[in-house]
Design a protein around this ligand. Structure first.
Ligand code: NAD
Length: 356
């Protein structure tokens, strides 16, 4: 029995998460596993219900579960609240911190059926399969912040701190994942300017001695941003710090077309958190237009990384490929001759492929 905390959150979260649950139930039925789902409140939905974006009950539920499946949080309704009450700052960051999730894994895989959805040329992107690993609990987003009055107005400070320990644990994950793939690891920093990046580079280089089979390439973040659109096929695994990773993961993911296709896993602690890379898409919420595949693929990552069910994870991923090959498309990935489906129908198509 695997206990899964289900946090649909806001906007399209409530539409896409049930599709992933449906797919997991199909997997459970086919392969003889039992998944128990318990719902919890988070984000704007939690603010509306109980006044805070991350209620104690939700935190307890997550801590007591084997994994967490999250939809998305946030929306215009809560954008003007004080920072500590806003869905992201008040829920997502503290949840990651509380669960000790120091690594965010975001695969960027190009599905052949969607090659035309990318804005880049076919020959540049064909066959790309990149894993971007972002450090998630250190750096600028968690450093001390302050504002001060100055004679001319105000000054603001964000602090960027990294310790050797934080760098080693994320870099080790990078090397370990590279060992299971093509054994090429790009470590991305800004060591020509930032002291924290110089420590990053020294530490990763030292750790690299333990992994002689992995080709370690250091790259400045500005160059990496350029190389990702110039020649993305050079990348296999990328490991980087929090803010650079925030930006590069979005950029890498867009190589593949739609944000509605991109899963993510946050791991490192006892309980992993799995969520689509996109937000709550308030512009299409409630219209059954949302693509549930990112969430379904996040569920595949969940059963792979948290439950070690590799065969079952592959069954989900293969089912998604087949559904795309059959031409089924939600509006975000629609193309000529595509067969239009809504959120729920897309989930049903994946289930059909799993059950066979
Ligand atoms: P977004 O990812 O929600 O949407 C960007 C664009 O992509 C929109 O046009 C949207 O319709 C489209 N899109 C996103 N997911 C889609 C899907 N599954 N299927 C089809 N189209 C999809 O980003 P945003 O508009 O910048 O942010 C909206 C809200 O989400 C904000 O409140 C933001 O703070 C929040 N947000 C939350 C998370 C999270 O929960 N992890 C991440 C990013 C943004």
């Amino acid at each position: 029995m695997f206990n899964i905390a289900v946090l649909p959150g806001d906007g399209i979260g409530a539409e896409i998460v049930p599709e992933a649950v449906k797919v997991l139930n199909a997997i459970g039925k086919k392969y003889g596993h039992s998944f128990r789902f318990t719902d919890g409140l988070i984000g704007g939905a939690a603010i509306d219900a109980v006044g805070v974006p991350l209620p104690e009950d939700t935190l307890k539920l997550c801590n007591e579960s084997d994994a967490v499946l999250l939809g998305a949080i946030g929306g215009p309704k809560w954008d003007t609240l004080p920072v500590h009450l806003r869905p992201e700052a008040g829920a997502l960051l503290p949840l990651r911190k509380a669960l000790g999730l120091y690594a965010n894994l975001r695969p960027a895989i190009l599905y052949n059926a969607l090659i035309n959805a990318s804005t880049l040329k076919r020959e540049v992107i064909e066959g790309i399969d990149i894993m971007v690993i972002r450090e998630l609990t250190g750096g600028l987003y968690f450093g001390e912040k302050k504002r001060e009055k100055t004679p001319a107005g105000q000054s603001a400070v964000d602090t960027l701190v990294y310790s050797t320990e934080e760098i080693v644990r994320i870099a080790r994950l990078g090397f370990e994942i590279a060992m299971k793939r093509k054994k090429i690891l790009h470590s991305v920093d800004k060591a020509n300017v930032l002291e924290s990046s110089r420590l990053w580079r020294e530490t990763v280089t030292e750790l690299g001695k333990e992994y002689p089979e992995v080709e370690l390439i250091h790259m400045y973040v500005d160059n990496c941003a350029m190389q990702l659109v110039r020649w993305p096929k050079q990348f296999d695994v990328i490991v980087t710090e929090n803010m650079f990773g925030d930006i590069l993961t979005d950029q890498a993911s867009m190589l593949t077309g739609s944000i509605g296709m991109l899963p993510s896993a946050s791991i490192g602690g006892n309980v992993g958190l799995y969520e689509p890379s996109h937000g709550s898409a308030p512009d299409i919420a409630g219209q059954k237009k949302a693509n549930p595949l990112a969430t379904i693929l996040s569920a595949a990552m969940m059963i792979r990384y948290s439950f070690n069910l590799d065969r079952e994870a592959e069954a989900i991923e293969d089912a998604v490929v087949r559904v795309l090959d059959l031409g089924y498309r939600t509006p975000d990935i629609m193309e000529d001759n595509g067969k239009p489906v809504n959120t729920e129908e897309m989930g049903d198509k994946v289930v059909e492929q799993i059950i066979g």
